[in-house]
Design a protein around this ligand. Structure first.
Ligand code: ZN
Ligand code: ZN
Length: 387
């Protein structure tokens, strides 16, 4: 059982200075943070509305009266110095006062609408507005020990939930039934929720990388992709396993073996100083060697943290190298339309001692099922539900 009561404290207080330095690098004297995940990162506040003013020597959280108590409680728990301003109708006065005399104010281009941009232009008068991209997100890439402990807990919960639900595949469940069982198991183990909409996709559905679970029964002798994660204190885990009950068609077996191999090769590249593009290349080369380069239709992975998909992106065009504290996924897949698909994914922490997989569920096709590997329940071909 995961110990959710003894998570390591996070250094929230130190984040404002790191983001200030990143904003300065982007040519800004101050930053308006409108992305609510970034607001949470800087202040600990988890409400659904508000924004942060990050000035040279102050961090101001502006939110409304629904959040008076919550904002106070959450920000004081983090140890960060945050001035809270509660207003339902006067953010203009608060922000204009904070911005007095500031020359260049950064706005998060991806989170500020055209309408908001015009509003800020009016509020901030003569200051120059600078569109910024990924200033806070770049700081979020490197996780401290407290963040890692939350993600490791989320990963352990997902491992346990999958171990509990796996034997259910013996019983001809539908994809949706398995997804519901997984979501319930995550919650029962203390997760705040699922990290994203759980994917359970079997047979030809597994060839559609992000299909939602359907009412189609999962047959024996076909590949099933399960992609799932948990949330602990806002931090997420992400894991995919491909499973099957009974013996597979040799071609489907080759798809699975190739993907599992490719994933292992990719994880092995997740070391300090390695260009991120090398992780992608390791996976892609192995799959291309089997003639399936075009069947690997997505990037190899992504950063994980407060968001399920965040920087850095693990793909061929990535320019950065891995650093201690990066947490990325490695998730190659092969998708053969109308036939089958396989994906294997771990959430991996980059450490000075090499890659550390936070998700640790077994990768055997039948691992954890209630029968030995190779066990076949029916003659070749699909077995109808209840048949
Ligand atoms: Zn995933
Ligand atoms: Zn993923």
């Amino acid at each position: 059982m995961t110990d959710l009561d003894n998570l390591i404290p996070m250094d929230v207080a130190g984040r404002a200075d790191r983001v200030r330095a990143a904003a300065a690098d982007a040519g800004c004297d101050a930053l308006v943070v409108a992305n609510m995940v970034n607001v949470r990162y800087l202040t600990g506040f988890t409400g659904s509305a508000g924004l942060v003013w990050l000035g040279a020597d102050e961090l101001v959280l502006v939110t409304d009266r629904r959040y008076t108590e919550q904002s106070e409680a959450e920000t004081s728990k983090t140890g960060a110095t945050v001035r809270i301003e509660i207003t339902n109708d006067a953010p203009k006065e608060i922000l204009a006062a904070a911005a007095a005399g500031v020359g260049r104010i950064g706005l998060e281009a991806a989170s500020v609408s055209w309408a908001d941009q015009r509003k800020y232009a009016e509020w901030f008068g003569t200051a120059e507005l600078v569109p910024t991209a990924g200033v806070v997100e770049r700081c979020r890439q490197i996780k401290d020990d407290g963040e890692v402990s939350r993600m490791a807990a989320a990963a352990a919960i997902a491992d346990d939930a999958l171990a509990e639900v796996r034997p259910m595949l013996d019983e001809d469940p539908t994809e949706a039934e398995v997804a519901l069982a997984l979501d319930t198991a995550l919650r029962r183990r203390g997760a705040e929720g699922s990290a994203f909409r759980t994917i359970v996709a079997a047979g030809p559905n597994a060839a559609l990388p992000h299909i939602r679970p359907t009412d189609r029964p999962i047959y024996h002798r076909e590949l099933v992709i399960v992609d799932m994660g948990a949330v602990v204190d806002g931090y997420r885990s992400d894991m995919t396993r491909t499973m099957a009950v009974g013996e597979l068609n040799p071609e489907a077996q080759r798809v699975f073996d190739t993907v599992r191999d490719a994933q292992q090769l990719g994880v092995a590249q997740a070391t300090v100083g390695t260009p991120i593009a090398e992780v992608d290349k390791a996976c892609r080369d192995r799959i291309a060697a089997e003639g399936w380069a075009d069947a690997f239709v997505h990037g190899t992975g992504h950063g994980v943290g407060l968001d399920i998909h965040e920087q850095p992106w693990v793909r061929a065009s990535a320019e950065e190298s891995l650093q201690t504290g990066h947490v990325i996924t490695v998730e190659p897949g092969v998708y053969l339309p109308g036939f089958c698909g396989a994906r294997v994914e771990d959430t991996v922490l980059v450490t000075d001692d090499g890659p550390r997989r936070l998700t640790q569920s077994p990768k055997e096709l039948a691992g954890g099922l209630s029968h030995p590997p190779g066990w076949a329940v029916s003659p070749p071909g699909l077995r109808p539900r209840g048949g």
